[in-house]
Design a protein. Structure first.
Length: 139
């Protein structure tokens, strides 16, 4: 069995954002040479997420509104975590909702997606550098 590892780095200029990283994961898969296996894509920060869904701007706006209803940023004092001097308690909760990682099957050298599926990096407390791990294993 072969193994491939690469890190992607992001620095989203605003507090929140979604980035389609499917092409970057595909590039890693091609570099790996793996034809059959699994690809793990993992956000390596506790206020960022990796998820799979449709690349449609209305859906992304819906996510933004929905997440803000579930875990609003303001008032920041509502989060006990923010007593540490940070203001990102909501970002930790948003990450928990959206997830830490995804695993995608690799079949015949391609990511094995359903219709419309794409991989996204979700940022909930941006303005600093964060990384995403891509680990691909297989034959």
């Amino acid at each position: 069995m072969k193994s491939f590892r690469e890190e992607l780095w992001f620095n989203i200029p605003g507090r929140r954002g979604f980035v389609n990283i499917t092409s970057k994961v595909n590039e890693c898969l091609q570099k790996s040479g793996i034809q059959e296996g699994l690809a793990l894509v993992n956000a390596m920060h506790i206020t960022a997420s990796i998820f799979i869904n449709d690349d449609e701007s209305g859906l992304h706006q819906d996510y933004e509104r929905w997440l803000e209803k579930l875990a609003p940023h303001e008032p920041a004092a509502q989060y006990l975590h923010n007593r540490t001097g940070e203001d990102n308690g909501d970002a930790h909760l948003k990450r928990q909702i959206m997830g830490r990682e995804v695993v995608v099957a690799v079949t015949k050298g391609r990511l094995d997606f359903g219709p419309w599926e794409q991989i996204f990096y979700g940022e909930f407390d941006g303005r600093r550098r964060k990384r995403v791990l891509i680990k691909i294993i297989g034959e």
